[in-house]
Design a protein around this ligand. Structure first.
Ligand code: ADP
Ligand code: CIR
Length: 348
């Protein structure tokens, strides 16, 4: 699909993206000529969802101002995705004493691995879709310098993508540690410009703490390990997020929380997930989807968003990230995983 932006985009009858749902002709006419002070145009913001009609969301912000200037569309997308209205206000909470969880699978029967990530961007710099090459490189330098100071278990090395051996890169992607390249959703949003410049990955020796630099968001801070010890993964993540905040000023909005490229990631910008083996539920998708919906969980394939499941292993994570706290996200994942395991056990 190609689109030159000169007229209202046509959406296929089977297109279910939030962009297609909320972009009326009237709204398009009202927003089509709007451009933020960083030069990010409304037409750029919707390009990915127009080109990729299988998008779930289909719209990307280029800077903090996008959330204001394009709010007639973005507020509807945000409310639909997160259940967060124009009058709501996001609140962060990292207080571990309010978390009440345990390992939902102590015998290691179901959960293969646990991963929790947050997206972060740097204050006073445009987001990835609107940043220029020198801004991208200065973000890389800022983050690479910051992670160099990490101590103890978190200490590790930053590896720029430019010059990385192909085999090493492929293996890191296959093992779920590194982002893929060439993602068509990001490409159409302008998030892959000048690839691989300014992109890279930091990880500690055990690959349990990682930071992706300049992919969809400027930072993706990740904690992961084998098995289902969600609390250990969360605690390690918080240590890293707070340590990096000492030298990297995160972009934060009083209403929308941590600002991210995709509106689905706003607020906590947190996705807490397990890779979980559920072979019986895999054969009863209506029952699987019902439990997932009841617990606000998203089901992804084992190689990430837009991939499919392999060997009955699914990526299960919290759908909502805005208007609930970091503690709620983790608590929500835990409760949903307990419910899924119980359901799997009930099926004979
Ligand atoms: P995100 O938006 O969280 O970065 P993606 O769906 O793009 O998510 O996934 C990024 C990578 O993280 C993929 O390789 C995916 O398989 C991996 N991943 C996600 N959750 C887990 C998990 N619980 N255990 C291991 N790898 C995971
Ligand atoms: C889509 O709309 O399907 C893609 N642009 C991705 C949406 C989800 N956002 C994200 O976390 N990457």
């Amino acid at each position: 699909m190609s689109w030159d932006g000169s007229s209202f985009p046509e959406f296929n009858a089977d297109c279910t993206s939030l962009l297609a749902r909320y972009l009326s002709r009237q709204m398009y006419d009202r927003l089509k000529d709007k451009t933020t002070k960083n030069g990010y145009k409304f037409l750029q913001a919707i390009n990915s969802g127009v080109i990729n009609q299988d998008s779930q969301i289909g719209v990307y912000a280029g800077d903090a101002e996008s959330y204001d200037l394009f709010s007639p569309l973005l507020d509807l997308v945000i409310e639909d995705y997160h259940g967060f209205s124009k009058d709501d206000r996001h609140r962060s909470d990292f207080d571990l004493s309010r978390l009440s969880i345990s390992n939902p699978d102590p015998d290691g029967e179901f959960i293969v691995s646990t991963r929790i990530r947050v997206g972060r961007n740097v204050a006073d710099i445009p987001l990835g879709a609107a940043m220029n090459s020198s801004q991208r490189c200065s973000v890389e330098t800022l983050v690479a310098n910051s992670v160099r100071d990490l101590k103890g278990e978190l200490a590790g090395t930053y590896y720029p993508l430019k010059g990385m051996d192909d085999g090493v890169q492929r293996q890191l992607i296959k093992d779920h540690f590194l982002f893929k390249d060439g993602d068509r959703f990001l490409a159409a949003a302008g998030l892959n410009r000048h690839w691989p410049e300014g992109r890279g990955i930091f990880h500690n020796q055990e690959k349990t703490f990682l930071v992706w630099v300049n992919e969809e968001d400027q930072l993706r801070i990740i904690s992961m390990q084998q098995g289902g010890d969600i609390q250990a993964v969360f605690e390690r993540l918080l240590t890293g997020v707070h340590a990096i905040a000492e030298t990297v000023p995160y972009l934060y909005d009083r209403r929308l929380g941590y600002l991210t490229s995709c509106p689905s990631n706003l607020g906590t910008a947190m996705r807490a997930s397990v890779h979980i083996r559920l072979p019986k539920l895999a054969l009863d998708l209506p029952a699987f989807n019902l439990v997932a919906e009841e617990h606000h969980l998203q089901i992804r394939g084992v190689h990430g968003e837009h991939s499919s499941s392999e060997d009955g292993v699914f990526d299960i994570s919290n759908t909502r990230r805005l208007g609930i706290t970091e503690i709620d996200c983790v608590q929500e994942l835990y409760q949903g995983v307990v419910a899924l395991i119980n359901k799997e056990k009930q099926i004979s």
